[in-house]
Design a protein around this ligand. Structure first.
Ligand code: ZN
Ligand code: ZN
Ligand code: ZN
Ligand code: ZN
Length: 493
């Protein structure tokens, strides 16, 4: 009978999958814990492994304080609480929608307000925080069954429920169910990327098959989220038969101590992958600190990165430092970065950057992150569009993109989403250079074409993809037969 649970999962999952005729994957126990997805046949880089529709999509609870509509999810200052249920609503259209009607009815019938909570100004916010749980409560019975196959973890407080309970009478069976949901979504839900142009609050979703993807700091897949919130998973490199299909729950460019700490706090496990074991992180030295010995030019790296209590050693003078000393420096770094105005890239205080440089080499993930932000902003900020950039800023953008692409390549993350984004920006810088100096075009044409083509392959269809991705590919990608002047007209728009 051992296989029946897997069969049950498969049957239940089919309703959420598209193109299931020949699945490339199977669900099996994983040595990483619980169950995982494994390749049934060799999967080539770039292959779509599966698509799944979300079981539930809802705004992220950490954004519940923002003013947004609980129906269309638009950020809108004009939102008002519904007089029946107190959920924030932007318009008459949203108020009379079927979606609101269902949730409104559920709240008013099930969650009776306690006497002194009626005029509580925090009431809409508390309900906004609970909206994801509300949507789970409203699922059909067989969909709820899917939840029982997913891993859960009970660690961590359920503050939202306490807040709701203070203001409403909530039936016991609903409390039990919401606690289960809480322990499942904490470790299994995915952040859905945001397109800043559509003005919506960031969302997260629970995907019945994606939930089986385990973590690796060098994953072999990337996620693509379509506008209807369907999630597609593509291979970012070749995957062998029997190999586990893996995703990454953290930022790819965070250093090992920061990634491991995040994974432990939010997902309750200590990662022990190859990247975490290598104290240089494939030579990128993302966690390196400058040697504490002022005369020394060496860098400090952990002697045993899987052990947070291990010493850090200098690669030049061999001095050893305790993890406490290292943590003190890391917390100073944290507060220095916290005092930077990261939205104002062009006035990042030189004094703070200079202080950072006292403690960390340029390979450190803090500098890598600042350079990445700068690379993406130059030429894409109001008042500093590509055609307004000085020659030196344009060259800076190009160099920053190339540098970060080299770091990604060293990590071995293949065609990750971030690689696509950086290729798009590198293309934009190169195309701008060719537009300004048409004589240069022939020389850099093949790189202009290949960067946009690769960016397109990686990013196409994703909600957060740059809006002119397709247009650029059509006019500046390979195989365009338009004359040179015409190819660049789209950049003047
Ligand atoms: Zn609305
Ligand atoms: Zn209502
Ligand atoms: Zn790892
Ligand atoms: Zn040293």
């Amino acid at each position: 009978m051992a296989h029946t649970i897997a069969e049950k999962i498969h049957t239940q999952l089919m309703a959420y999958l598209e193109e299931v005729s020949q699945p490339l994957w199977t669900i099996k126990p994983s040595k990483l814990g619980g169950r995982g997805l494994f390749a049934l046949q060799p999967i080539k880089k770039g292959t779509l492994i599966f698509k799944n529709k979300p079981l539930i999509v809802a705004p992220r609870t950490d954004r519940a304080g923002d003013c947004y509509c609980t129906v269309c999810h638009q950020v809108n200052k004009a939102c008002r609480p519904c007089e029946l249920c107190s959920l924030a609503i932007c318009s008459e259209e949203c108020k009379t929608s079927k979606d609101h009607d269902t949730e409104c009815n559920f709240i008013t019938t099930n969650w009776k307000p306690k006497p002194d909570s009626v005029n509580d100004i925090h009431h809409p916010e508390v309900l906004a925080r609970m909206q994801i749980y509300l949507r789970f409560l409203l699922l059909k019975k067989d969909h709820k069954l899917l939840l029982t196959f997913l891993q859960n973890n009970n660690e961590g407080k359920f503050l939202e429920l306490e807040m709701l309970h203070r203001r409403h009478v909530v039936p016991d069976d609903q409390i039990t169910f919401m606690k289960l949901v809480h322990s499942i979504i904490n470790i299994n839900s995915f952040r859905i990327p945001n397109n800043p142009l559509d003005g919506k609050i960031p969302l997260r979703g629970l995907y019945p098959l994606s939930a089986f993807l385990n973590h690796n700091c060098v994953p072999n897949t990337r996620n693509v989220f379509y506008p209807d919130y369907t999630m597609a998973v593509y291979a970012t490199k070749d995957i062998e038969v029997g190999e586990e299909i893996l995703t990454c729950y953290t930022g790819l460019l965070l250093c090992t101590p920061a990634r491991r700490c995040f994974l432990y706090k939010s997902k309750h496990f200590w990662c022990k992958c190859e990247r975490c074991k290598d104290n240089t992180e494939m030579g990128t030295k993302l966690s390196a600190l400058k040697c504490f010995n002022k005369e020394c030019v060496g860098i400090l790296l952990p002697t045993s990165p899987l052990n947070p209590e291990a010493e850090w050693c200098c690669d030049n003078c061999a001095s050893k430092n305790t993890p406490d000393e290292v943590r003190t420096i890391q917390s100073i770094l944290g507060s220095l970065v916290g005092s930077l105005d990261l939205d104002d890239q062009f006035r990042l205080e030189a004094a703070i950057l200079a202080r950072l440089a006292n403690f960390i080499p340029y390979s450190n993930h803090i500098f890598i992150d600042l350079r990445l932000r700068l690379a993406l902003k130059i030429g894409f900020t109001e008042g500093l569009k590509l055609n307004e950039l000085s020659e030196s800023r344009l060259a800076l953008k190009e160099n920053l993109c190339r540098g970060t692409l080299r770091t990604l390549a060293a990590l071995g993350v293949g065609d990750a989403h971030l690689r696509g984004l950086l290729l798009y920006h590198l293309h934009a810088a190169l195309a701008e250079r060719a537009r300004r100096s048409p004589d240069l075009y022939e020389e850099i044409k093949s790189e202009i074409e290949s960067t946009i083509e690769q960016a397109y392959i990686i990013l196409q269809g994703d909600i957060s993809a740059p809006p002119d991705l397709e247009l650029r590919r059509r006019y500046l990608g390979p195989g365009c037969d338009k004359p040179q002047e015409e190819r660049f007209f789209i950049l003047d728009a």
